[in-house]
Design a protein around this ligand. Structure first.
Ligand SMILES: [Zn+2]
Ligand SMILES: [Zn+2]
Length: 483
């Protein structure tokens, strides 16, 4: 209060920004959540960590609101409203309402950019972007010397109270708004904590579908940010992903069969050696046994490492026909694998004891593949499903009609795959990004509980089906929002 008293808007914004970034950077937030759970004995530290993005989101909105001096004038009533900084609101306990949490998360999802419409100036945009980049390196933003003071005073905070905005996302008017809300509510209910990642990248983006995501900072591709421990998750299935510091960090999988190893997705060209090959070696798998690389879709985070595996181990690379064509249209620097096996809709691919059934579910890319795969846990059979559609991608769809038409395809695929998963009785969800299946949390739990505990990857049929329900309901909400 002593520090902030008399500050003008610019200084107050700087202070708020400093507090926001000091709290919401990953290292501090993890430390603060652990501290609060330790001290209070309440809550769950892992579960809380995704909420740091709400701090970003609240900050993003708060910086656009005038909070100092005359903040409102109602001329006809002769009323002027004044405001001055009154301090920092902090809470000591991690107390939240689960319903509010889902809604809050959907408003402030990871990687969400400040909507351009509310961005007041280009300078603000650049500052915000710079702050994001600083956040990744756990640096204080170098905007004002007072930040150091602000950072020191942060030590008294345990967890900032995030006032979850109850603002309904402005999507459409009148009756269709009710339909949108009904679908979003059904999706939120199905999402629960299990599938919050999918919810956040679909439903939560309905308010700004064309906005896409914030480009990861340049140094996002820094080995220090993607390192994650590999893990065996089933008798013959191994997780080899990147650490999900950003939504853009992908997962890869190794499926060990009596006839050789199938790699599902190859990560980036710069992480395939450390994460896929290094991960396999740590887990005692011989990379020379890699026979096939199955690429779920033609984005560089999934095919970037495929050429290395093709060249080094003679692995056969498999992708859908539309995505083999699609990667040729990309101008990325990541090496493209030589065109090899073309996968088709409904195809069953069998190697040893493993069968993967492929379904082409376009929209995310023209030939994104979703699949079912049989797995075993301590010898017991289970069915795993991966919905490849994942995040919404409106790039290249310039007109509203085109958006609606392609979006309808996503929805139809989501309905079809939900039916497939239901019929197959899948009880495991695999993701090609770990924010989608919470792979790192599940793997940590497995390591902590030991091999005889129940496997957190086995969700049971309803919880697994809920993933597809989120995809279906959120795309239904999306369709309704266009009407
Ligand atoms: Zn993708
Ligand atoms: Zn991806």
């Amino acid at each position: 209060m002593r520090v902030a008293y008399g500050y003008d808007q610019e200084h107050v914004d700087d202070l708020a920004r400093a507090l926001g970034w000091a709290t919401a950077n990953e290292a501090t937030f993890v430390r603060l959540t652990e501290m609060s759970v330790d001290e209070s004995g309440m809550g769950n530290a892992e579960g809380r960590q995704t909420r740091r993005f709400k701090v970003h989101g609240v900050l993003c909105d708060a910086l656009r609101t005038k909070s100092v001096g005359v903040i409102e004038e109602i001329r006809e009533k002769g009323i002027k409203k004044y405001a001055q900084p009154a301090g920092v609101i902090a809470g000591l306990l991690p107390v939240t309402n689960p319903v509010v949490t889902i809604r809050g998360s959907r408003i402030y999802s990871e990687e969400r950019q400040c909507p351009a419409a509310r961005t007041t100036s280009n300078v603000e945009k650049v500052r915000f972007q710079n702050s994001r980049q600083d956040e990744n390196r756990n640096l204080m933003p170098a905007v004002a010397p007072d930040f150091r003071e602000a950072k020191r005073s942060m030590r008294i905070l345990v967890i900032p109270i995030i006032l979850a905005a109850s603002a309904a996302i402005a999507l459409a008017q009148n009756s269709s708004a009710d339909t949108v809300n009904a679908h979003m509510t059904a999706a939120a209910k199905a999402a629960g904590f299990d599938h919050i990642g999918l919810y956040n990248t679909t439903c939560a983006r309905l308010g700004d579908p064309a906005g896409g995501r914030a480009a990861p900072p340049q140094h996002d591709r820094d080995p220090e940010t993607w390192g994650a421990a590999p893990a065996q998750v089933f008798d013959h299935v191994y997780w080899l992903g990147e650490h999900a510091a950003y939504e853009s960090h992908p997962s890869a999988w190794a499926v060990d069969t009596s006839e050789g190893i199938i790699i599902i997705d190859a990560l980036h060209a710069d992480s395939v050696q450390t994460q896929v090959i290094g991960g396999m070696q740590k887990l005692g798998l011989d990379p020379k046994r890699i026979k096939y690389v199955f690429v779920t879709h033609g984005h560089t985070d999934h095919y970037g490492g495929a050429k290395y595996l093709q060249d080094t181990y003679g692995a056969r690379v498999m992708m859908s026909g539309p995505d083999w064509d699609f990667i040729e249209t990309q101008t990325s620097n990541e090496p493209k694998p030589k065109k090899d096996i073309v996968l088709t809709d409904g195809q069953k691919f069998t190697l040893g004891q493993t069968t993967i059934t492929m379904y082409i579910t376009p929209f995310h890319t023209p030939g994104t593949i979703s699949f079912l795969m049989n797995v075993t846990d301590h010898g017991q059979p289970h069915v795993a499903a991966m919905w490849g559609g994942s995040g919404w991608n409106f790039r290249g769809t310039d007109s509203m009609e085109k958006k609606l038409a392609t979006f309808k395809i996503y929805h139809d695929c989501a309905v079809r795959f939900r039916q497939i998963v239901e019929k197959a009785g899948a009880d495991v969800v695999m993701g090609n990004h770990s924010y989608l299946d919470l792979a790192e949390q599940k793997n940590a739990l497995m390591a902590e509980q030991g091999p005889n505990a129940s496997n957190p990857w086995i969700l049971g049929k309803q919880r697994a089906l809920n993933y597809e329900i989120v995809a279906e309901e959120c795309s239904a909400a999306g369709l309704a929002s266009f009407r």
